[in-house]
Design a protein around this ligand. Structure first.
Ligand SMILES: C[S@@+](CC[C@H](N)C(=O)[O-])C[C@H]1O[C@@H](n2cnc3c(N)ncnc32)[C@H](O)[C@@H]1O
Length: 257
């Protein structure tokens, strides 16, 4: 059982505040979304697709390029993200992945890139199943437990606060899909490493996309200078010629209703 997620208003607020800085910082998110969609090969072009947790609309642009005739719906709960997504050829809808404001069986495909790690995965998949037509496709990416392992290692022994979300493992993602009623489930796991010049830049990059809420157990007060220096020194132990690495354990899942 994973520890509780951050409260929803807190998650929404972080993403809302980050909307303007998102595109410049979302290097991993763009790469993962492109990988998710490139590896997705439905039997026939889907005529209607929901991008659940669309952010500023990168997924929508990719979908439109691939299937210009598909009816695209972009959904997000952060108003400022949705405002930017409106520049794309999609119907933009404010809503929650866990309680979609959509009719049952109204889409041929449901996609979601790097969003479900912020949600109750079981509830998200039940909702995806509900809004998909029989035979409809699901394609999603999320983060696995090895994500930010260097960051956790650097903080270990310095404090006992939580510094990252608790990420689901692939078996839990697969079970949640099965429990929701999905079939033809295929999972893929890929390790992606990004490099940053220093720890401050790395943490700013996480904040710039809005992914800085971690939930219960986060440090509430300021970080002391000595503790900060200790964390920096510990992280420096991971430095490579390319810079300070941040590891992302990316899980891709594909399924059908
Ligand atoms: C990391 S961003 C990913 C955005 C986009 N899919 C991409 O690949 O660039 C996560 C997005 O999911 C949205 N989000 C998170 N939880 C959500 C929920 N329960 N309902 C709707 N949107 C949610 C956030 O507002 C944010 O825009």
């Amino acid at each position: 059982m994973l520890p509780p997620l951050p409260l929803k208003p807190r998650i929404r607020e972080s993403f809302d505040r980050a909307a303007r800085s998102y595109d410049a910082a979302a290097i991993l998110q763009r790469r993962v979304c492109e990988d998710l969609l490139a590896a997705w090969t439905p039997d026939a072009p889907p005529d209607s697709i929901l991008d659940a947790g669309c952010g500023t609309g990168h997924g929508i642009r990719l979908l439109h390029r691939r299937w210009p005739d598909a009816r695209l719906t972009a959904l997000d709960f952060a108003p400022a993200m949705l405002e930017l997504a409106r520049q794309n050829p999609a119907l933009c809808v404010a809503g929650d992945l866990e309680a979609l404001p959509c009719r049952a069986a109204s889409f041929a495909a449901w996609i979601s890139s790097l969003t479900i790690q912020w949600c109750d995965t079981g509830q998200v998949f039940r909702e995806a199943w509900r809004v998909l037509r029989p035979g409809g496709y699901l394609a999603t990416s999320t983060l696995g437990p090895d994500t930010f392992r260097e960051l956790r290692a650097a903080f270990a022994g310095i404090d006992s606060y939580r510094h990252t979300l608790a990420f689901s493992d692939p078996a839990a993602v697969e079970q949640a899909l099965r429990n929701a009623g999905f079939t033809d489930i295929v999972l893929r796991r890929r390790s992606v490493r990004l490099h940053y010049p220093d720890l401050r830049t790395l943490l700013h990059a996480v904040k710039a996309i809005g992914a800085n809420s971690v939930g219960d157990g986060a440090r509430a007060g300021l970080f002391g200078k000595r503790a900060w220096q200790q964390v920096q020194a510990a992280y420096e132990g991971h430095r490579t010629p390319a810079g300070l690495p941040a590891h992302y354990d990316v899980i891709f899942a594909y399924a059908r209703k």
